[in-house]
Design a protein around this ligand. Structure first.
Ligand code: NAD
Ligand code: IPM
Ligand code: MN
Length: 388
């Protein structure tokens, strides 16, 4: 992330330029990413910066054509950029796991994107399936450890396809990665409402659980003004929709974070609305911003995908580049357009994916929307602290 601060004043024509790699990917990935780029055009025009964009063709088409997943050349191109916008990857034409592990997880690891930041925020006027939920009660951030757990645990299978089949799937948990995530969560909470909740399954996964608990106690000692508590991941699936107001920053293991943030997306209105940032916090490589959803093959090509998650991911991306005003404008405009939709996905959304991109872009140009964005500024403060 840039260290130039997220709320620097707009300076027209100062020649600020950012190198942006774009991975549309599969299914609705390119559709929502195109919409995000339309929104970016409007933000650039209004806030006086430019981007040099490089498309990196990764995904099912490239894989089926060449057998390549993530080549060293592609990694070099990505590394040479300031930031990455990512759509989605995954296709029914390819065995599950090949593209997901070979591209998304490989990228997160290769680019040392230690934290997967997933805000769960219900914007005013946006319909949520959770009865009675109000925006005041739904503003939390999930800090998902992004490099290990069962995602890199290794495994083996013997006698596949016979009744003697045995599959093992491990989970790797290091003090280093857990500490990095927990420390980030406490720093973020210190800028917010001052509360960290550890979400795990310490009653069953006793080895990994004890490590997470130990690290939380260790880090908590350095943050006397941040309170902390603990919730089992199964109970989290009840608390999150029923009483999200009890959470400020939730820190959790890679797999639990994956699962609870799809639930978090529902609180916000649906899977099409949720945003994320894979953050490189040591400055060694670019961060990567992507909607929480996948390639949605069931609606690909129909124009039914909501581009809000991609738009809000763009806002996070702009914040990390130091374009704080543009980030806030994109967030506000996206929230405003969402609030006017009859439905948040599918045939009855009232507009196609591309039209929604245009609509959000128009709202950026006109300065519509009035969401108070605190997360962008909080991230800047955390980043400044990490750089010290
Ligand atoms: P998914 O998120 O693609 O879709 C789940 C459901 O949500 C579908 O009914 C889909 O139509 C709907 N949906 C998703 N995004 C939407 C949007 N923007 N607007 C409206 N509706 C939306 O999850 P899945 O079906 O489990 O997975 C499909 C493929 O995507 C798989 O190959 C999976 O591995 C992959 N995947 C990739 C990512 C990623 O690229 N980061 C994330 C999740 C899943
Ligand atoms: C996500 C996705 C990925 C994950 C998959 C596709 C590898 O579900 O970004 O949430 O599990 O992290
Ligand atoms: Mn997921």
């Amino acid at each position: 992330m840039s260290q130039s601060g997220l709320d620097s004043p707009t300076t027209e024509g100062t020649g600020r330029s950012h190198k942006l790699a774009v991975i549309g990917g599969d299914g609705i990935g390119p559709e929502v990413t195109d919409a995000a780029l339309t929104i970016l055009d409007a933000a650039q025009d209004r806030f006086g910066f430019t981007t040099e964009r490089t498309e990196v063709p990764l995904g099912a088409d490239a894989y089926l054509e060449t057998g390549d997943l993530l080549t060293p050349e592609a990694i070099e191109v990505l590394r040479s950029n300031d930031t990455i916008l990512f759509g989605a990857i995954g296709s029914p034409r390819v065995t599950p796991g090949i593209l997901e592990r070979g591209i998304i997880l490989a990228l997160r690891a290769e680019l040392r994107q230690a934290i997967n930041l997933r805000p769960v925020r219900l914007y005013p006027g946006v319909p949520t399936p959770i009865a009675g939920l109000t925006p005041e009660r739904c503003d939390l951030v999930v800090v998902r450890e992004n490099s290990e757990g069962s995602y890199v645990g290794g495994g083996s299978t013997v006698h596949r396809g016979t009744p003697g089949a045995v599959a093992t799937q491990g989970s790797t948990n290091t003090w280093y990665a857990v500490h990095r995530a927990v420390d980030f969560a406490f720093r973020l909470a210190a800028e917010r409402r001052g509360k960290v909740t550890l979400c795990h399954k310490t009653n069953v996964l006793v080895e990994a659980g004890a490590l997470w608990l130990d690290v939380v106690e260790e880090v908590a000692a350095r943050f006397p003004d941040v309170e902390h508590d603990y919730v089992h991941v199964d109970a989290m699936c009840m608390h999150l929709p029923v009483s999200p107001e009890r959470f400020d920053v939730v820190v959790t293991d890679n797999l639990f974070g994956d699962i609870i943030t799809d639930l978090g997306a529902v609180l916000q209105g649906g899977l099409g609305v949720a945003a994320s940032g894979n953050l490189n916090i040591d400055g060694s490589a670019p961060s990567m911003f992507e909607p929480v959803h996948g390639s949605a093959p069931d609606i690909a090509g129909k124009g039914w995908a909501n581009p809000a998650g991609a738009g809000l991911s763009l806002a996070l991306c702009l914040a990390s580049l130091g374009e704080g005003e543009a980030a806030a404008a994109v967030e506000s405009a996206t929230a405003q357009v969402l609030a006017d939709l009859p439905e948040l996905s599918g045939a009855n959304m009232g507009a196609s994916t591309a039209e929604l991109g245009e609509r959000i872009a128009g709202a950026v140009t006109d300065g519509h929307g009035s969401v108070q964005s605190s997360l962008m500024t909080q991230l800047a403060a955390v980043q400044a602290g990490l750089a010290r």
